[in-house]
Design a protein. Sequence first.
Length: 63
Amino acid sequence: MGDVIRFIPKSERERGRLIREARAIYDSIFPPSDPVGEQPDKAPLSRAVIGANAYRRDGILLS
């Protein structure tokens, strides 16, 4: 009980999908490079909830 369900407009969902798709294309063209001798970050991604949208620490909207 007490759960709040918020309607997310189709345009907002489409915007998030387009951003994810654009980032995937960018990463395929310019793959992230790991500096030599540096360990990858093993820390879990933090998440923030803004309104009813959850975002990862790197700003990607979670769907």
